[in-house]
Write a protein that binds this ligand. Structure first.
Ligand code: F6P
Length: 319
């Protein structure tokens, strides 16, 4: 293999730049030409492809977002879109592709691999919702952003003695909510993986008030439903002033943490190794701090699971 392409796709995640840097430098180190595909699969269809040099990825390891830009591309879900993509790759003489993104991006990688074009997936999403890896690139940074925000909100919640419902991202996964809730000592954590017992949440708030605790933080994963609706229900059931904050896209931005930069560098470099070994249709991941790789088909079929022991612990610590 002499020419490799790299793209980022789906929602951006902090650490994607560190991954692009690692792919680029690792390829150049091994004498491989590396091509950056702009705007994810849309840029692949459009032939928006640029040769990368060592300097192309200078000064980006600390930056959030993605230098290659990202997009969600419906056309690439069609056989025609995929064929156009393969034609562009062939036009540039690219022989293997590294796809940095979440499960939607991996479906694109799978489609190309099924059509005979070797792809390797690198898991990058703040949601941490990919099976076969303990962590995805961007999760740790988003988690720290959430914690910083909740710490600030807690100051106001304490000063004004009110209940706060904080809605966090995560799509259908509760990892961000669970980890943030445990790290921040939230009174209740609502995740899609566990059926919400509304009466229990209300009881906890009432019990807290009885013993003099006049402020509370409830963290709600977006996969459970609307924070605004939930806040209204809580206020109605308790009569406590209840405010709602939807943290939104600030969770996706910002400089990646050291953990995300290191994870991104390790996973991305491993993806290059796999292509050079002649592998295709694999996803790299990390389990028990060891780099592993899985069949991407298997990963797409499997459901990401949450650590329910952690959930139980959060309940025990927030009595
Ligand atoms: O997958 C990352 C993510 O930020 C999710 O947490 C969220 O549900 C979704 O993307 C939001 O997507 P968009 O930016 O397209 O609205």
């Amino acid at each position: 293999m002499k020419k490799i392409g790299v793209l980022t796709s789906g929602g951006d995640a902090p650490g994607m730049n560190a991954a692009i840097r690692a792919v680029t430098r690792k390829c150049i180190y091994h004498g491989i030409e590396i091509y950056g595909i702009m705007n994810g699969f849309q840029g692949l269809i459009d032939g928006n492809i640029k040769k990368m040099e060592v300097g192309s990825v200078g000064d980006i390891i600390q930056r959030g977002g993605t230098k290659l830009l990202s997009a969600r591309c419906d056309e690439f879900k069609t056989a025609e879109g995929q064929q156009k993509g393969i034609e562009q790759l062939e036009k540039f003489g690219i022989q293997g592709l590294i796809v940095i993104g979440g499960d939607g991006s991996f479906r694109g990688a799978k489609a190309l691999t099924d059509k005979g074009f070797p792809c390797i997936g690198v898991p990058a999403t703040i949601d941490n919702d990919i099976a076969g890896t303990d962590f995805t690139i961007g999760f740790d940074t988003a988690l720290n952003t959430i914690i910083e925000a909740i710490d600030k909100i807690r100051d106001t919640a304490t000063s004004h003695e009110c209940t706060y419902v904080i809605e966090v991202m995560g799509r259908n996964a509760g990892d961000l909510a669970l980890w943030a809730g445990l790290a921040d000592g939230a009174e209740s954590i609502l995740i899609p993986e566990h059926t919400d017992d509304f009466d229990d949440v209300v009881d906890r708030l009432l019990r807290g008030h009885e013993r003099g605790k006049k402020h509370s933080i409830i963290i709600l994963a977006e996969g459970v439903g609307s924070g605004i609706d939930y806040g209204e229900r809580i206020e109605k059931a308790t009569n406590f002033e209840t405010r709602v904050t939807v943290l939104g896209h600030i969770q996706r931005g910002g400089s990646p943490t050291a953990a995300d930069r290191v994870l991104a560098s390790r996973l991305a470099a491993k993806a290059v190794d796999l292509l050079l070994e002649g592998q295709a249709g694999r996803m790299v991941g990390i389990q028990n701090n060891r780099l592993i790789n899985h069949d991407i088909n298997k990963i797409l079929e499997e459901k990401h699971t949450i650590d329910m022991d952690m959930y139980q612990l959060s309940r025990e610590l927030s009595i």
